[in-house]
Design a protein around this ligand. Structure first.
Ligand SMILES: Nc1ncnc2c1ncn2[C@@H]1O[C@H](COP(=O)(O)OP(=O)(O)OP(=O)(O)O)[C@@H](O)[C@H]1O
Length: 501
């Protein structure tokens, strides 16, 4: 259906694509995988008309096409749901669904027609938002589904999904997987980009692997590909992940004293009478469905919300008075939220990486020599395999590489408490393993780690115990042999499917 070949694209001195080709067939889900910065988004942007290549061709049904822009590509039947959430928060659900002009009746915009067209697609995606609700007021999952609905309403022949599940909780991701398979079953050609390789293997018919702007494994049948060989192709190093076993985490070697504690904390609308501790050396997971309260714990520890009653104590024995005070008290907050990651996009990487430790030292400290800062930043970035020059601006990095810079920034700050919220969202399998090793290392040094993640496998792999929340309260805690993905999922959902424990 769509054949791209020999695509070339440079950004300044960076070769993003170097002669890349891909064939998307009707009725198939074709996955595209690769490390952060491998060139996936660039390929997707070219195929969907957002970026023009310097070389190469695209053909749709054997006819060569040159897309003048995204709208042109859409008119030709290529729809894209991009990595960044692109809902217009101030517009209504219906207005979001028809961005290229609403259907009209006798020259007038017809809300009825919009609803008639949207209803079956929304229900196929399993959501039912009020049509006149502000998109910005919907939960993240619904906004993501809204984007997919918008793409489907264009009745595309080729649908591109660029990391569609990176922000979704597991149940929504599974629902989406079902939808994607059904769409392919109806004859659509789907290009699917994801860092969740197990998900890729379940959904895709074919897999193409990109590395350093080149195809290293073209369109292999997913059934013939093992996870290990996929990882090796992505990273270019057989056995690259051997250092990151999926073993169950052992109990902390030498648990220190209590580093962080919450005692009877109530935050109106978010937490009710929550008591929780994390000792130095411990990795404590926080799990729950959307709005369950687990993220409010991170907010309380990071000084972003003040409890109405109860108390929060940091390692220095004091309560966090503000976000800044929490940082200077040794709390590092890492979020996988692409919009809230707080990078200075116009500043070089080294400045971004070393900015927080500055704040941590307080003002008026001794100014380290610039060369030392650059060196220090380079060390962190190499450890996380960031593709990019330490002196180049953060704005030119791929999405996943930007996320790694956020991590590097906090590593540089040498925190005593790590508060992590989906820290590996959108980062590749190599960096995920590296980050996990770093978190384990920091815990072994005696730091306390609190981690919330929509990736249950991450919690099971990493945590000594996981505290489960529902409706603002703690409903259980899993550790040892009971800490498995199915148990976790049951505990998170129990209050909804049956009685809470
Ligand atoms: N607008 C830009 N300006 C400068 N460099 C860019 C730009 N967009 C991409 N690049 C560079 O091109 C290369 C490929 O980036 P691309 O975004 O395609 O990677 P990716 O595989 O999608 O990564 P990720 O998984 O992190 O999203 C990277 O080295 C990136 O830093």
């Amino acid at each position: 259906m769509l054949v791209a070949s020999g695509l070339v694209k440079h950004y300044g001195g960076v070769t993003a694509l170097d002669g890349v080709g891909i064939t998307l067939d009707a009725g198939e889900v074709h996955a595209l995988v690769g490390e952060n910065g491998a060139g996936k988004s660039t390929l997707v942007k070219i195929v969907s008309g957002v970026v023009r290549p310097e070389g190469g061709t695209i053909a749709l049904d054997r006819a060569p096409v040159r897309f003048a822009g995204a709208r042109h590509a859409a008119a030709q039947g290529v729809a894209i749901v991009s990595q960044e959430l692109m809902t217009y928060d101030d517009l209504t659900v219906l207005e979001n669904l028809f961005p290229y002009g609403a259907p009209r009746r006798r020259g007038l915009v017809s809300t009825r027609e919009m609803r008639r067209l949207a209803r079956p697609v929304l229900s196929e995606l399993g959501i039912d938002p009020p049509p006149h609700a502000r998109a910005g007021d919907l939960p993240l999952t619904d906004r993501q589904m809204l984007e997919i609905c918008r793409a489907l309403l264009q009745e595309p022949r080729v649908l591109i999904l660029d990391e569609p599940t990176s922000a979704l909780p597991r149940d929504a991701a599974e629902r989406l997987a079902g939808v994607v398979r059904r769409l392919a079953g109806r004859g659509l050609a789907v290009l699917y980009i994801s860092h969740f390789l197990e998900e890729v293997m379940r959904i895709a018919d074919r897999v193409t692997v990109l590395r350093d702007g080149r195809v290293v494994r073209p369109g292999a049948e997913a059934a013939d590909v093992s996870l290990d060989s996929l990882v090796a192709a992505m990273l270019g190093e057989p056995g690259a992940l051997a250092a990151a076993p999926r073993a169950m985490p052992a109990a902390p070697r030498s648990p220190g004293g209590v580093a962080v504690s919450l005692t009877g904390v109530t935050v109106p609308g978010r937490l009710r009478d929550v008591s929780l501790t994390a000792a130095g050396g411990e990795i404590v997971g926080l799990a729950g469905l959307q709005g369950a309260g687990h993220l409010a714990v991170l907010d309380a520890v990071c000084g972003r919300v003040r409890p109405a009653s109860g108390s929060v104590r940091l390692p220095d024995g004091r309560a966090p008075r503000s976000a800044r005070h929490a940082v200077t008290s040794g709390v590092a907050f890492v979020s996988g939220d692409r919009k809230g990651r707080g990078l200075m996009l116009d500043k070089p990487l080294w400045e971004n990486v070393t900015a927080v430790s500055w704040l941590g030292q307080g003002r008026g400290g001794f100014l380290p020599r610039r060369a030392r800062l650059v060196d220090r930043a380079r060390g962190h970035l190499e450890r996380l395999r960031v593709r990019g020059d330490v002196r180049a601006g953060a704005g030119g990095l791929s999405g996943g590489n930007q996320q790694k810079v956020v991590l590097a920034k906090w590593l540089d700050a040498a925190p005593s408490v790590l508060a992590l919220d989906d820290p590996t969202r959108g980062v590749d399998v190599g960096a995920r393993a590296e980050l996990h090793a770093i978190v384990r290392g920091l815990a072994a040094e005696g730091k306390a780690v609190l981690i919330a993640s929509s990736d249950l496998a991450e919690l099971v792999e990493l945590c000594h115990r996981v505290v489960v929340f529902q409706r603002g309260r703690i409903v259980g805690s899993l550790a040892g042999a009971r800490l498995t993905e199915p148990e976790l999922s049951v505990a998170m959902n129990a209050g909804f499917a049956g009685p809470a424990r």
